[in-house]
Structure formats: C-alpha cells, structure tokens
Design a protein around this ligand. Sequence first.
Ligand code: T5A
Length: 223
Amino acid sequence: MGETTSRGRFITLEGGEGAGKSTQARLLADSLRRRGVDTLVTREPGGSPLAEEIRGALLSGAVAPLGPAAEAIMFSAARIDHLERTIRPALAAGQWVISDRFADSTRAYQGVLGALAPAFMRELERVAVGENRPDLTLVLDLPADIGLERARARSSVADRFEAEGQSFHDGLREAFLAIAREEPDRCVVIDADQEEERVAADIWRAVEDRLLDLDEPDMERLP
Ligand code: T5A
C-alpha cells in the first residue's frame, strides 16, 4: 500500500495597493518553514508561465479599454492556469500555498469597483475556482492613501490600478472589508497600519488559531 500525503493548506493575502501583502507572504512563509512546513509562495495575477504572460497584458492597461468584464475574464483565465499548474499540484503534494492575491481581488476590483453583476461574478468564480477555495484569507486593511504612498515610494511608475483615483481605492478598502464580513469563517481582517513585525505577529496568531494543529510535534506556538 502506498503512502498517503495529506493535502496542504491554502492561504491567500488580500487588500489594496501597498498593504504589505508581498512582504507578509514572505514573512509568513519564513515562519512556517522554520516550523518544518513545506511552503510555496505564489502570486496573482501570475504564478504560472501562462498566467504571468496574462499579467503583463492586464497590468500594462492593454485590456482596460475592453472594460471590467473583459478584465475579470482575463484575471479568471490566468487563475485557471495558476490553479492547474501551480496551486493544486503543490497542495496535493502536501505543500502549504500562500498566494499574494486570489479570487477576492477579482470580486473587489472588477466586481465591486467595476460594477459588474453579482450573478456574473459568482458564475465566473465558480468556473475558475470551483472547490479550490482558500482555507484562510488574510485581509490586510489600511487607509488607501497610506498604501498608495507605500506603493509609490517603492516605484514611481503606477500600474493600471495604482493610477486610479482616491475614491476608487477607498471603495476597494470597503469592498475587501465587506467580503470579510460575509465570510468570517474563511477571512480574518489584519490591521496593516502597523510596523511589519506587528502585522506579521497578528498574521501568525490568525494562522495558529485557524490552521495549525497544535498536537503536531513540529508546530510550536510562538512565545
Ligand atoms: N488585480 C489583481 C485585479 O484588479 N484583479 C485581480 O483579480 C487580481 C488578482 C496587481 C494588480 O492587479 C490588480 C490589483 C493590483 O492593482 P501588483 O503589482 O501585484 O499588481 O500589486 P499589489 O498586489 O497591490 O502589490 P504591491 O506590491 O503594490 O503591494 P503589497 O504587496 O501589498 O505591498 P508590499 O509588501 O510590496 O509593500 C509595499 C511597500 O511598502 C513597504 C514595503 O517595504 C514596500 O516598499 N511596507 C511597509 N512599510 C511600512 N509599514 C509596513 N507594515 C509595511 N509593509 C510593507
């Protein structure tokens, strides 16, 4: 009889521009690896060769003239490939997967801010994501102007969405908080307007509370 590998856990980080998702994805992966958890960090749009090509088209603004429905379809097409090539194989092999953005970004950016019909968005997500829902979603919350300032300090060239106005980004923050309110079993809101280490500590607490099996000998609580 062959050995069975238990499925890994799927964690997503969501939030507005410059909220600290990439930074925290890396720090969380470091913490998990220190505890012996084989962890893969990936991102959206992207995370597989074809999805990275689609990312280029989306973030350059080339798809924007086609409207938010076309963008939602493109983000979802990239997600199908990302799931197929990267996420599902890793989870099946027992790895934990941390994705810097996932389907909630399509819900917020294209669905809410693009004013797309909820029924269309639900169907698109059903087709693209199906049963592959995250086990835990960390919504990094901070005032939009602080996030944009951080993103601009890092790069002077604004991408397709960074270039949107203040009211778009305020609306985004509210859209992510609404998702967290609707799905409290999956989502935890993290105060991202703190020093990196404090944000990381809050994230670790959420991961411990929601996902870590404390009976496992190699997974210890932080002091
Ligand atoms: N999009 C994406 C959609 O519209 N629909 C979708 O379905 C999907 C999947 C992706 C764009 O695509 C859109 C959303 C986005 O506009 P991206 O380049 O991946 O583009 O953009 P973001 O995901 O927003 O990534 P950013 O890099 O801008 O933000 P992060 O990852 O949240 O922030 P991070 O960690 O890179 O940090 C930004 C800066 O702040 C500093 C960092 O050092 C860095 O310089 N920082 C902090 N500074 C102070 N205090 C802290 N706690 C800090 N944490 C990080």
